[in-house]
Design a protein around this ligand. Structure first.
Ligand SMILES: [Zn+2]
Length: 259
């Protein structure tokens, strides 16, 4: 497991809940104690252009403090995807989030669609032919869904469910019989029981990690990367991330002991 993180993600860059001061501090402290941290480069405009119109890029550019950090978040996603390509799991602790960013518009604290930019970079470079994007944020990733609605090689799945058992059952059912070149996870933690969604507990995030990790080992060539989306209670966010990554890690250990 590797964490992709840049210190420039810490300061607030705009006025919204995803950009709030101190949001990532708890998560970073916990992650640094457990995993190696890789510092990403910003992505290039050509990477963004695979997903967004030039007009949209110019709109984001007009917010001077936002544009460099949006490029860095997309760059951290590409970096996380490249780590996964080598067969190691990864998590990008980045912001702004991306799943509400469509090709020509955005909302919901998102500007560039980080996960789509990362997946398109792998497809463009012929590293993969197809991908599965799983989104467990509280909110439907309309931006990701819009972008991939006409691209059959990439499947976007938003997990629904009003209780933890229903949520996990829906994920399990969806994964049955699937196979993919890589699994990309839009990891939002605003469904945490101590966040807006008041639903999933830490053990549920662990279980989701176990399921996705085991799926990646068996049906996605051992490749999985995850990118932060929502999550607005700093402590719940940190605990959710640690639980999810712990579940992912446990699936690797199970594979190694042959169970
Ligand atoms: Zn959300």
């Amino acid at each position: 497991m590797k964490i992709v993180f840049h210190p420039d993600f810490l300061p607030s860059y705009i006025y919204d809940p995803a950009a709030s001061a101190g949001r990532l501090d708890y998560a970073l402290r916990e992650l640094q104690q457990r995993y190696p941290v890789i510092i990403p480069e910003p992505c290039l405009e050509e990477d963004v252009l695979r997903v967004h119109s030039l007009n949209h890029i110019n709109y984001v550019k007009s917010y001077h403090e936002l544009y460099p950090i949006a490029l860095l978040a997309a760059g951290s996603s590409i970096q996380a995807a490249q780590i996964a390509l080598q067969g190691e799991f990864s998590f990008a602790l980045c912001r702004p989030p991306g799943h509400h960013a469509s090709p020509t518009s955005c909302w919901g604290f998102c500007y560039f669609n980080n996960i789509a930019i990362a997946v398109q970079s792998l497809i463009h470079n012929k590293f993969i032919e197809n991908a599965l994007i799983i989104d467990f944020d509280l909110h439907f990733g309309d931006g990701t869904s819009n972008f991939y609605s006409l691209i059959p090689q990439v499947d976007y799945y938003f997990i629904r469910g009003t209780s933890p058992p229903a949520f996990i059952k829906n994920l399990t059912t969806f994964l049955e019989g699937k196979k993919t070149d890589i699994i990309a996870v839009s990891a939002g933690f605003d469904r945490h029981h101590n966040d807006w969604g008041r639903c999933l507990k830490n053990e549920d995030y662990y279980h989701i990690g176990e399921l996705l990790g085991a799926f990646a080992q068996k049906h996605a060539r051992g490749r999985l990367f995850s990118i932060l989306e929502g999550g607005y209670n700093p402590q719940a966010l940190g605990e959710g991330i640690i639980s999810f990554l712990g579940g992912l890690e446990s699936s690797i250990k199970l594979e190694q002991t042959g169970k």
